[in-house]
Design a protein around this ligand. Structure first.
Ligand SMILES: Nc1nc2c(c(=O)[nH]1)N[C@H]1C(S)=C(S)[C@@H](COP(=O)(O)OP(=O)(O)OC[C@H]3O[C@@H](n4cnc5c(=O)[nH]c(N)nc54)[C@H](O)[C@@H]3O)O[C@H]1N2
Ligand SMILES: Nc1nc2c(c(=O)[nH]1)N[C@H]1C(S)=C(S)[C@@H](COP(=O)(O)OP(=O)(O)OC[C@H]3O[C@@H](n4cnc5c(=O)[nH]c(N)nc54)[C@H](O)[C@@H]3O)O[C@H]1N2
Ligand SMILES: [Mo]
Length: 698
C-alpha cells in the first residue's frame, strides 16, 4: 500500500525506494519494503518449483514435480475427499479479503461447492470490521490525521506498525494538534501524547462510554447529524447516562479527571480516531469498537475533514469484499448457510457475515472431530497458520490429520512442512494487484515488475489450473472464477469504472475525489439506512443492540497460579508477522522473541534482563520460551510480547513453532466475542518461570 519506485535490471528488481509522489505514503516507507521483499524474492530460501511429499507427512522429504503433476495431484486429492464426504469437506485458508488472494481462494472454494474459507481476521481487525458493518460507518483506514485538531489513538502502535501514519501523527503534533493516547504500555505514541490514559487491558469500552457521557452532558454532540443520519440516539443517551467518568475510572483504573480531559480534547474537533489491534481480537472487541464508533458518529467526526473518512471508490469499482457479497458469485442459500460457524456467529461467518468466511476454531474442531461435518482437504495460501493461530499444537494436529493439504508459500515454513503439495508463489514484485487505498484515498496499483523467479505462480493462475481439472471431472463450476490471469481479474474489477488501467499502471496509483459528508448519495448500508447507534443487525442476532463495556472472557480467570496478565502481538519494524525470519539483517536487529516485564515483577521472580523465561496460560496446551526485557514501559504484573516467531534454521516440521511462538501458549477454544467469534489474544492470565539464566557478562 506504500508507493514504491523500483529499479529493474534484466528482469530483476535491484533497488526499491519510496515514491515521494504517492498520495497515500508520500515518501514514508519501512525497512521491510526496502529489504524484506527483495530478499524474499531473491533469497536462497525461495521455493522455486512445486514439491510433492515423498515421506511421512511432516518428514520434510520432497520431490520436485512439474506444475502439471502438482495440479493433477491436487485435483485428485480434492476430488477424492469431495466424492467421499461431499463438497463441504473442502476448505481454504487465507489472510482476508484485503488482497486479491482472499477473494480468489474464497471463489475457488465456491466453484467446487464449498462455502468454507478461513481468514485470520478474527485475530486481526475483525471486531472493527463487524462494528463498522453493523453501525454502518465504513471508516476503516480513513483517518484524516493530517487535518485533525485532536488525534485519539486507541490500542495502536503506528511507530512500528504503520510508519506512514506515524509520520502524519508526528507532523500533526508538530503543528500543535492534541494527541490523546489510550494504551496500557508506554508506546512511542504515549511518549508524545498530550494526554496518556493507561487503562487496564480490555477496559477501553468503559472509557469510550464515559467520553460519550461527558460529550453529551457538555452539550457538544452534533445534533444535526444525529437528527438526520442516526438511529437510536435516545436509547444510547439512556445507556451512557450511567457511565460517568467515575464509574469508568473504577473499571479502567484511569483517573476520572483524565477521562474528562480526553473527552473534552476529543470534543475540540475535528478529531481523528486512530484505532488498532490493542482493542481488537479480544472477546469484547465488537462492543468496544461500537462504543468508539458511536463516539465518532455523535461527535460529528464522521466523514468530515480532519475526522474519519468513509470508504469510497470510483463508481463501478469492485473491491475484493464486494466480490464476496456479489449476488453473481453466491452458492445456493442452503449451502451458504452451512458455512462453519454461521449458526453461532451469523455476523461473522456465512452469507450475513462481514467477509462471509468461517469461524476458524469451528473449522479446526470439524477437522479433528468430524462435527458438525468433516473437513478433509485444505488449500492454504499466504498464511502460516501453524504459527499464527492460537493453540499451535491443535492447529498442527489438525493439519496432520487431513486427508489432503496444499500450501502455497514463498519459502518452507511450519504450515507448508505438513503439506502433501507445496506450491511456489509469486511475490509482490512479480504480481499485479489493484486495490483501494483508503489512506489517501486512491487506487494503488502493484505492477508485476520482475520476471518470475523459478516456476512461481500467482493465486489466480493456481486457482484456474485447479479449476480446469475439477471442471473437466464435472466437480467445479468455472463461472465462479472465470479468470486465468491477474490482468483478466483486474480488468473485471475495474471494467465498469471507465478508468484507464494503462495510465494507472504507468503512474502506480490513481487518485479519485473524496466528497466529505455525502450522506444522501452514499447511503449507510444498514437496515435503516442510517448510522445505527442502536443496531438492528445486532438485535436480530440476539445480541445487545447498544454498545457497552463488558469484561473480556479472560479477565475473570486470573488466579494465584496465573497472577500476571499477558499481552501479545507487539509489532517489530523488522518482521511482518511470521515473515522475514530467514533474513540475516532482520535477525540481527531483532534476534530474539522478547517478553517485556516490569522491574518490580522481574525482581519478585528473580528474573534479570536476558534470562530466558517460559510463559504459560491456564488453557494453553504448552509454553512459550521468551527472553526477558526488563522495562518500565509496562506496568507491574502486565507482561507483553510480540507474535509470529519460528526459526527457519531449527528442526522441521515445527521449526520452533512449539517453542518460541506465543501461540503455543494460548488457547483458541473460547470464550469468544459473541459477534465476531474472536478469542482473547491479549489480557490473558499467565505465569512465568525461569527457563535459563542469562550468561553473566564477563
Ligand atoms: N512491522 C510490522 N508492521 C505491521 C505488522 C507486522 O507484523 N509488522 N502487522 C500489520 C497487521 S496485520 C496489523 S493487524 C497491525 C497491528 O498494528 P496495531 O493495530 O498498531 O497494533 P499493535 O502494533 O499490536 O499495537 C497495539 C497497541 O495496543 C496496546 N494495547 C494492548 N492491549 C490494549 C488494551 O486493552 N487497550 C488499549 N487501549 N491498548 C492496548 C499495545 O500496548 C500496543 O501499543 O500492524 C500491521 N503492521
Ligand atoms: N497470539 C497472537 N496471534 C496473532 C496475532 C497476535 O497479535 N497475537 N496477530 C494476528 C494478526 S493481526 C494477523 S494479520 C495474523 C497474521 O497471520 P498470517 O497471515 O498467517 O502471517 P504471515 O506471517 O503474514 O503469513 C506468512 C505466509 O504468507 C505468505 N505470503 C506473504 N506474502 C504473500 C503474498 O503476497 N501472496 C501469497 N499468496 N502469500 C504470501 C508467505 O509465503 C508465508 O507463507 O496473525 C494473527 N495471530
Ligand atoms: Mo493483522
Amino acid at each position: 500500500m506504500c508507493g514504491a519506485l523500483a529499479r529493474v535490471e534484466d528482469g530483476k528488481v535491484t533497488r526499491i525506494d519510496p515514491n515521494p509522489a504517492h498520495p497515500a505514503s508520500r515518501g514514508a516507507f519501512c525497512v521491510k519494503g526496502v529489504r524484506g521483499l527483495a530478499e524474499v524474492t531473491y533469497g536462497p530460501k525461495r521455493l522455486l518449483h512445486p514439491l510433492r511429499r515423498v515421506g511421512e507427512r511432516g518428514s520434510n522429504r520432497w520431490e520436485e514435480v512439474t506444475w502439471e503433476v502438482a495440479l493433477d495431484a491436487i485435483a485428485d486429492g480434492f476430488s477424492k475427499a469431495r466424492t467421499t464426504h461431499g463438497p463441504l469437506c473442502l476448505a481454504g485458508a487465507v489472510g482476508g479479503a484485503f488482497f486479491s488472494r482472499g477473494a480468489i481462494v474464497a471463489l475457488l472454494l465456491r466453484a467446487m461447492g464449498s462455502p468454507n474459507f478461513l481468514i485470520n481476521q478474527d485475530l486481526c481487525g475483525g471486531c472493527r470490521g463487524v462494528s463498522d458493518m453493523v453501525t454502518g460507518l465504513a471508516i476503516q483506514s480513513g483517518e484524516d490525521v493530517e487535518h485533525a485538531n485532536t488525534v485519539l489513538i486507541v490500542g495502536a502502535n503506528p511507530h512500528a506498525a504503520n510508519p506512514v501514519q506515524w509520520t502524519r501523527i508526528k507532523e500533526a503534533k508538530a503543528r500543535g494538534a492534541k494527541i490523546v493516547v489510550l494504551d496500557p504500555l508506554r508506546s512511542e505514541a504515549a511518549k508524545i501524547a498530550d494526554l496518556w490514559l493507561r487503562p487496564r487491558p480490555g477496559t477501553d469500552a468503559a472509557i469510550a462510554m464515559a467520553m460519550m457521557q461527558v460529550l453529551v452532558e457538555d452539550g457538544r454532540q452534533d445534533s444535526a447529524f444525529i437528527e438526520n443520519w442516526t438511529r437510536g440516539f435516545d436509547e444510547l443517551a439512556e445507556r451512557i447516562r450511567g457511565w460517568t467518568p467515575e464509574r469508568a475510572s473504577e473499571v479502567s483504573g484511569v483517573p476520572a479527571d483524565l477521562i474528562r480531559a480526553a473527552a473534552r480534547a476529543y470534543a475540540d474537533g475535528p478529531s481523528s480516531f486512530v484505532s488498532g489491534h490493542g482493542i481488537d481480537a479480544v472477546t469484547n472487541g465488537v462492543q468496544t469498537f461500537r462504543a468508539f464508533h458511536c463516539l465518532v458518529a455523535i461527535s460529528g467526526n464522521l466523514d468530515r475533514r480532519g475526522g474519519n473518512r468513509r470508504a469510497k471508490r470510483p463508481k463501478g469499482f469492485k473491491t475484493y469484499l464486494d466480490l464476496l457479497h456479489d449476488p453473481a458469485f453466491q452458492l445456493p442459500a442452503d449451502v451458504a448457510r452451512e458455512t462453519l460457524g454461521a449458526g453461532r456467529f451469523p455476523l461473522w461467518a456465512g452469507p450475513g457475515g462481514w467477509q462471509t468466511a468461517c469461524h476458524n476454531p469451528t473449522v479446526i474442531d470439524a477437522i479433528l472431530t468430524g462435527e458438525p461435518y468433516p473437513v478433509r482437504a485444505l488449500f492454504v495460501s499466504g498464511v502460516n497458520i501453524a504459527v499464527t493461530y492460537p493453540n499451535s499444537q491443535r492447529t498442527i494436529e489438525a493439519l496432520r490429520s487431513l486427508d489432503f493439504l496444499v500450501v502455497a508459500a514463498h519459502s518452507m515454513n511450519p504450515t507448508a512442512a505438513l503439506a502433501d503439495i507445496v506450491l511456489p508463489k509469486t511475490t509482490t514484485l512479480e504480481e499485479e494487484d489493484i486495490s483501494i487505498n483508503a489512506h489517501a484515498p486512491c487506487i494503488t496499483w502493484t505492477a508485476a515488475l520482475a520476471d518470475r523467479v523459478g516456476e512461481a505462480r500467482p493465486d489466480v493462475e493456481i486457482a484456474a489450473g485447479i479449476l480446469a481439472r475439477m471442471a473437466a471431472r464435472g466437480e467445479a463450476d468455472r463461472t465462479f472464477l472465470p479468470w486465468s490471469t491477474q490482468r483478466e481479474f483486474n480488468s473485471f474489477l475495474t471494467k465498469d469504472t471507465g478508468l484507464d488501467l494503462d495510465e494507472i499502471a504507468r503512474v502506480g496509483y490513481g487518485e479519485f475525489a473524496h466528497t466529505h459528508g455525502d450522506f444522501a448519495s452514499q447511503v449507510f448500508r444498514t437496515p435503516s439506512g442510517k448510522v445505527e447507534l442502536w443496531s438492528q443487525r445486532m438485535a436480530d442476532a440476539g445480541l445487545d443492540p447498544l454498545p457497552d463495556y463488558v469484561p473480556t472472557g479472560a479477565s475473570g480467570a486470573s488466579s494465584e497460579r496465573y497472577p500476571f496478565t499477558l499481552q501479545t502481538g507487539l509489532r517489530e519494524k523488522t518482521y511482518h508477522h511470521s515473515r522475514f525470519r530467514e533474513q540475516a539483517w532482520a535477525r540481527k536487529v531483532s534476534p530474539d522473541p522478547l517478553l517485556k516485564i516490569h522491574p518490580q515483577t522481574a525482581q519478585g521472580l528473580g528474573i534479570v534482563e536476558g534470562d530466558w523465561v517460559r510463559v504459560e496460560t491456564p488453557d494453553g496446551r504448552g509454553a512459550c520460551r521468551l527472553k526477558a526485557s526488563v522495562t518500565e514501559a509496562t506496568e507491574p504484573g502486565i507482561v507483553a510480547t510480540g507474535m509470529g516467531w519460528w526459526l527457519p534454521e531449527a528442526e522441521g516440521p515445527e521449526y520452533g513453532a512449539l517453542d518460541i511462538n506465543i501461540n503455543a501458549a494460548l488457547s483458541y477454544s473460547g470464550p469468544y466475542d459473541p459477534a465476531s467469534g474472536s478469542a482473547d489474544t491479549r489480557g490473558v492470565p499467565c505465569r512465568i518461570v525461569v527457563a535459563a539464566k542469562a550468561q553473566p557478562v564477563v
